[in-house]
Structure formats: structure tokens, C-alpha cells
Design a protein around this ligand. Structure first.
Ligand SMILES: Nc1ncnc2c1ncn2[C@@H]1O[C@H](COP(=O)(O)OP(=O)(O)OP(=O)(O)O)[C@@H](O)[C@H]1O
Ligand SMILES: [Mg+2]
Length: 320
């Protein structure tokens, strides 16, 4: 039985599958301009019909001008079936092969209404003339995926000693989600989503630096790539941004640490485990204070939510 755990972030879609396949692509969608500009054969990479309209999805969409604002939660919900379809396709599956799906929901929308809305979207969405056709769909709050990832192995067995007090910090592109778990159980009332506090904080400042130095602007997407590569190319010349990135990342880590301390000081000091995950963990971890020996970062932290969603399907299989 093939299963999928999919985490749709503001920056990237991350997906893991039961046969150990995993994929990641940018959360970018652009509507096909159509009309006189329509030279599409309908067979281009990333081209899909979704609920009656044509779109480009993923990397192809990034180079096509105005993408939809991926900052809005409505965007994410409305296009979830399309992004799920593309994730399966990119991993080489056809829809009907993967029967069980486990997918994330924004912390801020994690209530019965938000869950029912997303389930309905997934059930009704039509991509390239077909419904997705899952037999079973689980909806799990983002951040809880990271907690589940830390509690269970790939087969869904509980790890010894993992049900402890834990603070989960999911550092994404747009948001930082903070989740408090007592004895391994998530506590909703004490969890929070910090908007515009993710890696976009660094990108904004990097864009300003590049503007100062070169007079040219960068898009957010270009800044995201510059952060990853350590340089930008302008007029055919590489401009090294290593020192700027280091300084801004250090400033971000200090800012985030003080934000977290002002709200979760007790947990940060007294909990035996703080899990830093989300792709931002790669960037922030080196700058966290050395005395905080309770901080851990899982391997490939950007996939931690998706892995946890998947593992939850495995746990349920065991319970059945
Ligand atoms: N392997 C990596 N190495 C270095 N940096 C990375 C890596 N993966 C991700 N990042 C950085 O971490 C950022 C956040 O990644 P992540 O996939 O967690 O964001 P997201 O889930 O799309 O966003 P959000 O959680 O806000 O919806 C990326 O935009 C990128 O800058
Ligand atoms: Mg995320």
C-alpha cells in the first residue's frame, strides 16, 4: 500500500513516500495567460488543468512573471489538490497508486472547520480531468508533524524516551510555528504561529543590501536562491554575499532567540528537548547559544513535517 506525507509550505512543497522516495518543489502557481499569448501544447512540464482553468506549477511557474501570492492561506487551501497531484507526478506516481495521504494544515486554521474544508477540497478537486481518489486522508497541524517525526520511527513504532516535554520550533520561509508538547502530547492553547518571522526576514534584508551595493533589486525568489548559493550573478558577474549572509543570519538568529525567550522562556530553559526544524533550522542552528544543550535538529529538517505526517499513517496501521 503506497502512502504519502505532504507538507505544503509557503516556500516549498515537501513530500515523502512509503518507498523512501522524497521530493521538493517551489510552491509557485501561475495561471496560463491564454488568449493571443497561448502557445501552449498542453504538454509542457508543470502545465495542468485544475477545476476548469489552466495553470503552471512549480519551477516552470517561477519564471513566468506574476505568480499567485503564496502568502495567503486561502491560496494554499484552494490549490492544495493541484499541488498534491504535482507532488505525486513528480515522484513518478499516477494518482490512483497512492491510496493514503497525510497532509498538513496551518496552525492558525487547525480546528474542525479548517480540517473539514481542506478534506472537501481534496475530495472534490479535479486535476487534468480526474479526481485524486484517495481512500483515506489525514489532516495534521504543521509543527505536529515535526513532533510525530521525533516520536516514531519509519515503521510507526514509538521511540523509547521520546514522549517528553518538547518545544517544537518550525522555521519556515514565511512563518515560525511554535508548538508546546507535554509528555509528547501537543498543547493547542500554548502553540503559536509567528507570521513573517521566517527566513523571509533574512531575504528582505539581503535584498536591501544588494540594492545598496549594486543599485539593482532582487525578487524574493532570487534572494532565496542567493541565500542558498552565497552569491548573486549580475550582468554576468558573480557577486559574493557570504559576509552579508553571515551577518544577517546571525542577526536573525539573535532576534528569533529573543522573540522565543520572551514568550516561551520557561519551556526553553526547563524542557529537556527543543526541536529546531523546518528548512530554516539549517540556517539558524549554527548561531544558537552553545549553552542550550537541549536543542536538537533532525536530519533534513525541511522534511521533518512531511516525515511526521507519513509516520502517523504508519502508527494508525499498527493500531488498526
Ligand atoms: N537544505 C537546505 N539548506 C539550506 N537552507 C535551506 C534548506 N532547505 C530549506 N532551506 C531554507 O529554509 C527556508 C524554509 O524552508 P521550509 O521548506 O521549511 O519553508 P516552508 O515550509 O516552505 O515555509 P512556511 O513554513 O513558512 O510555510 C527555505 O526558504 C530556505 O531558505
Ligand atoms: Mg513549513
Amino acid at each position: 500500500m503506497l502512502k504519502a506525507g505532504i507538507d505544503i509550505g509557503f516556500g516549498d512543497v515537501k513530500a515523502v513516500f512509503s518507498d523512501n522516495r522524497k521530493i521538493k518543489f517551489p510552491t509557485a502557481i501561475v495561471r496560463d495567460p491564454g488568449g493571443a499569448f497561448n502557445v501552449s501544447t498542453g504538454k509542457e512540464e508543470g502545465f495542468h488543468n485544475y477545476n476548469g482553468s489552466n495553470y503552471y506549477v512549480g519551477k516552470t511557474a517561477l519564471h513566468m512573471g506574476q505568480t499567485y501570492s503564496t502568502r495567503s492561506m486561502e491560496f494554499m487551501e484552494n490549490f492544495t489538490p493541484l499541488l498534491v497531484h504535482v507532488a505525486l507526478e513528480k515522484a513518478g506516481f499516477i494518482n490512483s497508486e497512492v491510496k493514503h495521504l497525510s497532509i498538513g494544515l496551518q496552525l492558525g486554521k487547525s480546528n474542525a472547520v479548517g480540517k473539514a474544508f481542506l478534506l472537501k477540497k481534496i475530495e472534490e478537486g479535479v486535476v487534468d480531468g480526474k479526481k485524486l481518489g484517495f481512500e483515506h486522508v489525514e489532516v495534521i497541524p504543521q509543527g505536529v508533524g515535526i513532533l510525530l517525526d521525533s516520536r516514531f520511527n519509519w515503521q510507526g513504532q514509538e521511540l523509547v524516551g521520546a514522549g517528553i516535554n518538547t518545544l517544537v520550533v518550525d522555521i519556515g520561509f514565511n512563518t515560525v510555528d511554535v508548538l508546546v508538547a507535554i509528555d509528547g502530547q501537543p498543547k493547542k492553547g500554548r502553540s503559536e504561529m509567528l507570521e513573517r518571522s521566517g527566513i523571509s526576514w533574512i531575504c528582505e534584508r539581503l535584498i536591501a543590501r544588494v540594492k545598496e551595493r549594486t543599485g539593482s533589486g532582487l525578487t524574493e525568489q532570487q534572494a532565496k536562491n542567493a541565500l542558498l548559493n552565497g552569491y548573486v550573478e549580475m550582468y554576468g558577474k558573480k557577486i559574493d554575499l557570504g559576509l552579508d549572509i553571515k551577518e544577517i543570519s546571525n542577526g536573525y538568529a539573535e532576534w528569533l532567540h529573543s522573540e522565543l525567550r520572551s514568550r516561551w522562556e520557561e519551556q526553553m530553559a526547563q524542557f529537556p528537548r527543543i526541536i529546531l526544524a523546518g528548512g530554516g533550522a539549517h540556517i539558524v542552528k549554527p548561531y544558537m547559544p552553545h549553552y542550550m544543550q537541549n536543542i536538537i535538529t533532525p536530519a533534513e529538517p525541511e522534511f521533518a513535517n512531511a516525515r511526521g505526517f507519513f509516520k502517523w499513517l504508519q502508527v494508525q496501521k499498527k493500531a488498526a
